[in-house]
Design a protein around this ligand. Structure first.
Ligand code: GLU
Length: 487
């Protein structure tokens, strides 16, 4: 395979059928096309394949736009709606009829079905018979004059059809295995392969990158390009996505719609990074990449042949990596509305305390995988009184008498500090531990519960700093009263 830049300005497309939400597989295909366009300074086009009127919905089209926008996969030019191009698909099919590359088939569908059923009853695989379908010019003229309906079939030539796939290398199909396929139904509607080829030609697509479930369509499409006298684009068929059990990814494996992840508070950059690695790798062990890095490193050479595995745990891990990586102001913008939703503070309040808020986020983001976890861990920094987690109480406050004593001394020692700074806090409390002949942990652990209600939190001095002097002292005082009551 070659990684050489394309000779002409590339034009690629993402062509979803709007029959559901934007699924991770579709988003991944969109991303690869988008990366390719960015990398080689080409165009990334969006085509909504809405020819299946029964199954296509506006809601689904909107969900696709929303998903792409959330991920930042912006498209060039206007969206192409396949359904708006039916007249051209029809004209192209008739052009093939005119040039002799296709013919009219007047066989009633019921008769075709009957032949199929008969073949099956004989235990044979049904083979389409051109000899029965293609009529002489006279017979054709007669049926046309009678106004009989017909489908247009493509006349598959002899030989074989092959292409050099950018993922799978050479792929060849013997043409005898491809029956003369319908390109225009008797009701005048184009079939999928006709519509796609007609549109890809009209849109000037130079590389078709899509799921490898389309490989069997490709020889038919190549035959159509040739018969229409158009240049055949390049093809790259990217692997399917499976669940961790090796089966094709489906609802059984959890959320498969991109929108679900958006609403779970995942960062788009983490989703993109994760999607990029579902079927592609940069050629070394690098996993965490920002968008500019993905663009720089993306190449069709790194696309995999084998199915990719969607592991939700890895997605969470990836999100944690990006939470730690993104500019803190950006994280503040993402988390502020979630803090507001949790009733802890308003976005306006957080803006007024921006530096403080960013400080808290710096403490929390290194431990979190999801923004939800940041919000949960942020609670002690906002509320007036914390709730004590029963497990934390059992573990760290077992002996209420001793603990209240230690916390009371801790309170006084901290209250006596001239400055509210981590170094001074640490020095004061370590001295207290020494005086009492106990380890630092015997002070810090109960103190953590007093300040946060929990057994895990950022470093205790950072917690004191960001909870603030007054609140910290009040909280320790409240813990002492609580414990004294318990004795
Ligand atoms: N509409 C097709 C699909 O959603 C894609 C066709 C193509 O990319 O050629 O599978």
């Amino acid at each position: 395979m070659s990684s050489a830049s394309p000779a002409t300005r590339p034009r690629v497309r993402f062509a979803p059928s709007p029959t559901g939400f934007l699924h991770v597989g579709g988003a991944r295909t969109a991303l690869y096309n988008w990366l390719y366009a960015k990398k080689y300074d080409g165009d990334f086009l969006l085509r909504v394949e809405d020819t299946d009127r029964q199954r296509s919905t506006d809601e689904s089209t909107r969900a696709i736009f929303d998903g792409l926008e959330w991920l930042g996969l912006s498209w060039d030019e206007d969206v192409v709606y396949q359904g708006a191009n039916v007249a051209r698909h029809y004209a192209d099919a008739h052009r093939l009829l005119g040039s002799g590359a296709a013919y009219r088939d007047f066989t009633p569908p019921a008769e075709m079905e009957q032949r199929r059923a008969e073949a099956e009853a004989r235990g044979e695989t049904f083979r389409f018979d051109r000899g029965l379908a293609e009529l002489s010019p006279e017979e054709t003229a007669e049926k046309l004059a009678r106004g009989e309906p017909y489908a247009i079939r493509f006349k598959v030539p002899e030989g074989h059809t092959e292409w050099y796939d950018l993922v799978h290398e050479r792929i060849a199909f013997p043409n005898k295995d491809i029956e003369d396929f319908v390109i225009l139904r008797s009701d005048g509607t184009p079939v999928y392969n006709m519509a796609v080829v007609s549109d890809d030609i009209a849109m000037g697509i130079t590389l078709v990158m899509r799921g490898d479930d389309h490989i069997s369509n490709t020889p038919k499409q190549i035959l159509l390009y040739r018969a229409l006298g158009a240049e055949v684009p390049e093809f790259a068929h990217v692997p399917m996505i499976h669940g961790t059990d090796g089966k094709k990814l489906s609802k059984r494996h959890g959320a498969t719609a991109v929108g679900d992840y958006q609403h779970q508070g995942l960062l788009p950059q983490a989703m993109l990074n994760f999607l990029a690695l579902l079927g592609w790798s940069p050629g070394d062990d690098t996993e965490v990449m920002t968008m500019p890095e993905l663009i720089a490193r993306f190449s069709v050479d790194g696309l995999h042949k084998k199915a990719a595995v969607f592991d939700p745990k890895k997605l969470e891990w990836m999100n944690g990596q990006h939470l730690a990586l993104i500019p803190i102001d950006e994280l503040a913008t993402v988390v502020a509305p979630l803090i507001e939703r949790a009733g802890l503070a308003t976005v306006a309040d957080l803006e007024a305390r921006h530096t403080w808020f960013c400080g808290v986020l710096e403490l929390l983001r290194i431990r979190a995988r999801l923004t939800d976890e940041i919000v949960a861990q942020a609670r002690p920094f906002f509320v007036d009184a914390v709730e004590y987690d029963p497990d934390a109480v059992t573990k760290q406050w077992r002996d209420a008498g001793t603990t209240s004593d230690i916390l009371a001394a801790t309170h006084d020692r901290l209250a006596s500090l001239d400055v509210w700074e981590p170094a001074a806090m640490e020095e004061g409390l370590r001295k207290l531990a020494e005086e009492r002949g106990i380890s630092g942990g015997k002070i810090f652990q109960p103190l953590r519960v007093a300040l946060t209600g929990l057994t895990v939190s950022p470093g205790i001095f950072d917690v004191l700093l960001y909870v603030g002097r007054e609140r910290s002292l009040a909280r320790i005082g409240a813990a002492v009263s609580y414990l004294r009551q318990a004795v």
